[in-house]
Design a protein. Structure first.
Length: 212
């Protein structure tokens, strides 16, 4: 898993509430267990018309948001089914940070397990960031990047203001080090190998293949 430390990038506004995992990655694209190749189907029904052409009014189909790596969303983002393909699709598209007033619990946990930083902010902070990146107040702010610093747990807004955010210390440490659950286990590889060697010696029948 790629470590997440700092990110400065364009942010796309998607201020819709209750965006569920079927909207993030529709069910017909769940036939794979690979984590790659799903980005092209991200928000498929909102991004594309039935004939496959792009819907020009959808935010990720417009400059400068087409290359966004940060998504600013509405409340209860990632609700619905627990499909892990949802964070896979976001990450494969290039989005590694989602900022919202609230997240569905399972989606929130799946983000951390796959290298995405979900940030919870009060609605008024969300509204202010969306105003800035949407160019409502100044043309210069349109598409201006946000800077996310996980080490200091701060966001630097386009207007230069610093916003602090909270994150679970264990999950923060895993993201900073790029450790998923397998990576966490492999930190104890030496102890695991030593245990297996001892068990082979003391209980060799446990290591015999069936039928041998």
């Amino acid at each position: 898993m790629t470590p997440f430390t700092k990110l400065t990038a364009a942010a796309a506004p998607l201020p819709m509430v209750n965006v569920d995992t079927d909207m993030i990655i529709p069910k017909q694209f769940l036939k794979t267990i690979e984590r790659t190749g799903l980005g092209k189907y991200l928000f498929n029904d909102m991004r594309r018309a039935p004939d496959g052409s792009e819907r020009p009014d959808f935010v990720l189909n417009r400059a400068p948001y087409r290359d966004a790596k940060i998504l600013i969303a509405g409340a209860n983002f990632g609700c619905g089914s627990s499909r892990e393909h949802a964070p896979w699709a976001l990450l494969d598209y290039g989005i590694s940070c989602v900022i919202a007033p609230s997240f569905a619990d399972i989606f929130h946990g799946n983000c951390f397990k796959n290298g995405i930083l979900p940030i919870v902010l009060p609605q008024e902070e969300i509204d202010d960031l969306i105003r800035q990146i949407s160019g409502v107040e100044t043309r210069q702010a349109n598409g201006a990047p946000l800077s996310i610093d996980l080490e200091t747990q701060t966001i630097t807004a386009p207007d230069g203001r610093t916003i602090s955010f909270g994150v679970d210390s264990f999950r923060r440490d895993c993201l900073l080090k790029g450790l998923d659950e397998i990576g966490l286990t492999l930190q104890h590889e030496a102890e695991i190998t030593a245990f297996e060697a001892k068990q082979r010696e003391q209980q060799p029948w446990l290591w015999q293949k069936a039928g041998s």
